[in-house]
Design a protein around this ligand. Structure first.
Ligand SMILES: Cc1ncc(C[n+]2csc(CCOP(=O)(O)OP(=O)(O)O)c2C)c(N)n1
Length: 282
């Protein structure tokens, strides 16, 4: 499951990832809106962009900065066979091995997550090290718009721009949401691409729920070897699951009634059934 995929295959995988997110979170609640919304970026990253290492892992490196976005990784890991869906259903349970905010050393994760704003500097350091080694590895970091309010992010941006880290790609999940409400009303981070350009990044702003746009932004990043790239992904919470999106558009953390979870799952199952037909035709 780690070779380059067609757009139809990636859309199908993103649907499966959305279903995995709802399946995992409906057990005890969780960061379902982010997992569902990040499925398109995650599918492109895990199933198309990052080079596999031939041993079930990846040659390239991915730092997910935002602890609660680990749900996106889990939804992909279920497809990659890194974790079973049964194990993932213990997410958010006492004593679980699949933490909501994973730590370094947990299978599939590069860094200790949970304290926001740490991924950018760690990914920049990793990219610098990989370049010194001449390894050819590319380094990806997913961060959130809320994290852009932290000074450490901009220290890392200054470092990455100064060192012209062409092997580094930051994906900003620009969903205009943070824990306390809409980012634009709490502390605006816009204009995001212009800010990164001022720090020496090549930039693209895309619809982060469009697989063709995500793939084209990754191609653009590969074409730039003398600058890091910031891909600003405009996403919407729960994008791709109309029922949950309509009912919980601002749910930073979702603890819903069983009927609501089930309606979300049923919608995704219906879309998956239709998508399998599309996939067969390709
Ligand atoms: C350094 C730090 N400060 C505060 C928090 C508490 N916290 C958890 S989530 C969150 C806001 C999340 O907003 P954003 O990162 O944009 O995430 P999204 O809305 O996309 O889930 C905050 C402040 C934290 N985890 N780390």
């Amino acid at each position: 499951m780690t070779t380059k995929r067609s757009i139809a295959e990636l859309e199908h995988l993103a649907l499966r990832m959305r279903r995995n997110t709802v399946d995992i979170c409906m057990q005890r609640g969780g960061y379902a809106g982010q997992g569902v919304a990040l499925a398109d970026v995650g599918a492109c990253l895990y199933f198309h962009e990052m080079k596999p290492d031939g041993n079930g892992g990846f040659f390239d490196r991915f730092v997910n900065s935002n602890g609660h976005d680990a749900i996106m990784d889990y939804s992909a890991f279920a497809e990659l066979g890194l974790y079973s869906i049964e194990d993932l259903r213990s997410y958010n349970a006492d004593g679980t091995k699949v933490d909501m905010s994973p730590c370094e050393g947990q299978r599939g994760f590069e860094i200790t997550m949970g304290s926001l704003g740490q991924g950018p500097s760690q990914s920049a350091g990793i990219a610098y090290g990989e370049r010194l080694r001449g390894s050819g590895k590319r380094v990806y970091c997913l961060l959130s718009d809320g994290e852009l309010q932290e000074g450490n992010v901009w220290e890392a941006a200054m470092f990455a721009g100064h060192h012209k880290l062409g092997n580094l790609v930051w994906l900003i999940d620009n969903n205009d949401l943070q824990a306390g409400g809409a980012t634009h009303s709490i502390l605006s981070v816009e204009p995001v691409p212009e800010k990164f350009a001022a720090f020496g990044f090549a930039t693209r702003r895309i619809n982060g729920n469009s697989i063709p746009e995500i793939l084209s932004a990754f191609d653009f990043a590969r074409s730039v070897d003398d600058k890091p790239t910031a891909i600003v992904c405009d996403t919407k919470l729960f994008s791709g699951c109309d029922y949950l999106q309509g009912k919980f558009p601002m749910a930073h953390y979702l603890h819903a009634d069983p009927e609501d979870w089930q309606r979300g799952l049923d919608e995704l199952d219906a879309k998956l059934a239709a998508s399998s037909e599309v996939e067969m035709a390709n």
